[in-house]
Design a protein around this ligand. Sequence first.
Ligand code: GTP
Ligand code: MG
Length: 479
Amino acid sequence: MQTWASRGIFSGTLHRLAAIRGRGYVVHAPDRTIYALSTPPGRGGVGVVRISGPDSLDVWRTMVKSPATLPDPWKMHRCDILHPTQRHVLDNGLAVFFKGPRSFTTEDVLELHVHSGRAIISSVLGALGEIKGCRPAEPGEFTRRAFLGGRLDLTQVEGLKDLINADTESQRNLALLSAEGSTRARYEHLRKEIIKCLAYAEALIDFGEGDHIEDGLFSAVRGRVEDLCETIRGHLADSRRGEIVRSGIRLTIFGPPNAGKSSLLNFFAQRDAAIVTPVPGTTRDILELSMDIGGLPVVISDTAGVRPTEDIVEKIGIERAKKAVQEADISLCVLSLPDANSIPPAIRELVTPETVFLYNKQDLISSPPADTLPGKGWKVSLTDGSGTSDFLAGFASVLQEKFDLNTREAPLITHARHRTHLRSALESLEAFLENEEEEDVVLGAEELRYAAKAIGRVTGIIDVEELLDTIFSDFCIGK
Ligand SMILES: Nc1nc2c(ncn2[C@@H]2O[C@H](COP(=O)(O)OP(=O)(O)OP(=O)(O)O)[C@@H](O)[C@H]2O)c(=O)[nH]1
Ligand SMILES: [Mg+2]
């Protein structure tokens, strides 16, 4: 198989590419060695002080007293931690040295595992401050160095942060996908596909179909770009699953006054979070609670009962309720079962085909109601608890079906900024397709370059030329 490079037809392009070649990341050389407590402050079994930078080994020499004069990298050493100048023992513990680039930051890293107590930690941090070349780390600076060193891309940095903040299983699963690099791989795959198209387009610019290049290449590129547009449109039409799971599913409870909405909020919370009285119009403002339902994070809003009113305070509450229903990821309409056959018009306006119903107060009816209820839902009594376990299990599966990551392919978009960059990549690809004539391929190639850069902004890997170079060297023309 002959490659473009081996045929020698792209030597000019390769030359140009070699001149612009970079590492693919925006690199700032980190100056000094940084240190910080990496575990939560306060009393505890172990506190880990992390040191990263060119002087990490010097810190070992100055502060670690162990049988090994120099550390055996990646191995724990039992040691005393000494003050660098006064030489007294600050604590005894463990030290481990990670030789760069095989470390979290890609620099030399030293970790001191000491007992976690305020005095110990502050004496160790104070001692580090006395070593020349060392300074306290800024918030997030270890991770920043890992990014600058090419160890993590931006999606992994986001994943790591989300993983630490995860409260539910689904958030943990989603964050882990990013942290371990699969989100990065998926974006990189997309970017590479675009750059392959760009490579073909550049080939057409330099040579045109004919002597060196097979006929039909231009339409083959268009076909590939069309497929890419389709794929990106698919990701954009993901109902914001990734973002929703990350930030919590917004569930709005709404319905007429006195139906039992606040009682439902209290049932979810298992405490008297909201005021419940027999007076219709008790709830005026929105009350929010965060909960875990079926492993998913849910932010539940209890709202004012919706009805026509002249009361100025209640009116404002009702407006807020309506807005919360419109902005919700899922809405749950609570109706009192004895009145459920006639939904008031003000409520009907808020109901959509996606609305889920809870028919409450079934203890107040002696015989089952005629089957003319307005929509799919559960019959319960929040007073005597009947039907509530079925409701909880059923509602959890509705949420899982709609938002769970295990049921479908994990969403690619987990942060709003991903969506912005994917949208702009799609716009550029669509602009490429507007150039229907082969002569316009110069303009088209520029659009492909924009598209690749837009995807690159998601991961922080923005260098198009370097990848082009690789692709030129192992692609066969027309393939
Ligand atoms: N019999 C019966 N009463 C219930 C049930 N659930 C709630 N209630 C009562 O119904 C009344 C209204 O309950 P809330 O939870 O305050 O109703 P709400 O929908 O929040 O009412 P507003 O805030 O006024 O819109 C209270 O007296 C509750 O004790 C039920 O299942 N059966
Ligand atoms: Mg209420």
